[in-house]
Design a protein around this ligand. Structure first.
Ligand code: F0G
Length: 397
């Protein structure tokens, strides 16, 4: 593994930038990705690496215990791993979900619960890598715009790394569970008169002007960490890929990471089969869905409205990457109504698991895709529950 650089997403001929240059977009204003150049592996090398992963899973060493850093051969940008900030994260359970299976019409259904992470959401998988990179780059101050979970995670990891953190949130539009986390972890928390999309614009401007490192998923090192959600899932399933992975879509960082994970794993010969990615959006915050059904390679921002506040996003920054994830894997984008989300959330609860509303879009989307004949009832599907039930108790009450 060598020659790790940043490059404009989806353009193999574009200029590259060194990974220690602080930038989030190319000179053309496009999003960047980490080009890892992972060597192709022989069958013996694949088997040996799987054995290493098994051994690390049984270790008490923090870096091995982390469900992110355990898979560090796929995170070469952070070598020699001497600035790792880890809680440790990951190691989230895959539950069988019998009530949800019956509800969706599947013979079985699984849920990987990223809400079981240290700060209660999947953001920790990407925050450990991004904050580790911030430390590597010598940054003292980090910032993000957030619908709540990114800020909770960033505030915690920044605190662990002894960095100052600044959070920009839409005024009155984030769940208290999440807001209280960023306050508790000591982030300077600024409420803006506007929505998430406006907060995202402002934080990019603030970071560009000041000496502040941006930790939203436009930061390509966030995407790197979130790849491991899929690597850990495959490991837990005995390296047998499911037919479908179903994930909520907001700013589209998570779906982008999953696409990058599968593309890299396939390219280096680590896996043969790639699961199809289904991205589910709330009807009131559905720019990705709308562009997908119109077969458009561009996206029109919308004014977002949904009670699933985590995904109340009208202008997702990672649209191109998520589109690649869906097309590369032969997947699909679907939308669900507020009522479908609420019912699905109650079903997740009935399985004794629970999640925040945004996560339940996956179960609602699964039901819809089964009804449309896109997901077959006997296929294997893993819903990604992105956030913990306790993040947003008001919704249930
Ligand atoms: N589910 C939850 C619980 C989230 O917090 C988010 C995003 C998503 C799904 C959507 O994931 O953005 O990668 O498509 N929350 C962000 C935040 C944007 O600021 O916490 P995505």
């Amino acid at each position: 593994m060598n020659n790790i650089v940043l490059r404009e997403f989806g353009n193999a001929n574009a200029v590259t930038y060194p990974i220690d240059e602080i930038r989030y977009r190319s000179d053309n204003g496009k999003t960047l990705e980490v080009i890892n150049s992972i060597d192709v592996m022989s069958a013996q090398q694949v088997a040996a690496l799987k054995k290493v992963f098994d051994e690390r899973a049984a270790s008490w060493n923090t870096i091995d215990r982390s469900g992110v850093w355990r898979y560090r051969e796929f995170l070469p940008a952070f070598a020699p791993f001497d600035t790792v900030v880890s809680m440790p994260e990951g190691n989230t359970t895959i539950y069988s979900m019998p009530h949800c299976a019956a509800y969706t019409g599947m013979s079985s259904l699984f849920a990987k619960h990223q809400g079981m992470n240290p700060t209660g959401s999947f953001k920790d998988n990407g925050m450990t890598t991004a904050v580790s990179m911030a430390k590597k780059l010598g940054c003292r101050m980090v910032a993000c715009a957030s619908t709540g979970n990114t800020s909770a995670s960033m505030a915690a990891y920044a605190a662990r790394a002894d960095m100052k953190s600044i959070v920009f949130i839409p005024d009155g539009q984030i769940a208290y569970g999440k807001l209280s986390q960023s306050l508790d972890y000591g982030a300077l928390t600024i409420q803006l008169d506007g929505d998430f999309d406006k907060a995202m614009d402002i934080v990019q401007e603030v970071c560009a002007r000041g000496n502040i490192y941006l930790l939203n998923s436009i930061n390509p090192f966030r995407i790197e960490g979130q790849k491991t959600i899929m690597i850990e899932m495959l490991h837990q399933l005995g390296w047998k890929a499911p037919d479908w992975v179903i994930v909520p879509g907001g700013n589209l960082g998570n779906s982008s990471s999953f696409g990058k994970a599968f593309s890299e794993l396939k390219q280096c010969g680590f896996i043969d089969k790639v699961p199809k990615i289904a991205v589910i959006q709330a009807h009131g915050a559905n720019p990705f869905y709308t562009s997908f059904v119109n077969h458009s390679s561009t996206m029109l921002p919308v004014h977002a409205e949904t009670r699933a506040t985590a995904i109340k996003i009208g202008n997702p920054v990672s649209f191109e990457k998520a589109l690649f994830a869906v097309t590369f894997t032969g997947g699909i984008v679907e939308e669900v109504s507020e009522q479908e989300i609420a019912i699905a959330k109650s079903l997740v609860g009935l399985d004794g698991v629970g999640s925040e509303p945004a996560s339940a879009t996956t179960v609602a989307g699964c039901k819809k895709l089964v009804a449309k004949g896109i997901i077959a009832p006997d296929e294997t599907a893993v819903c990604i529950l992105t956030g913990n039930l306790l993040k947003d108790p008001d919704y249930t009450v």
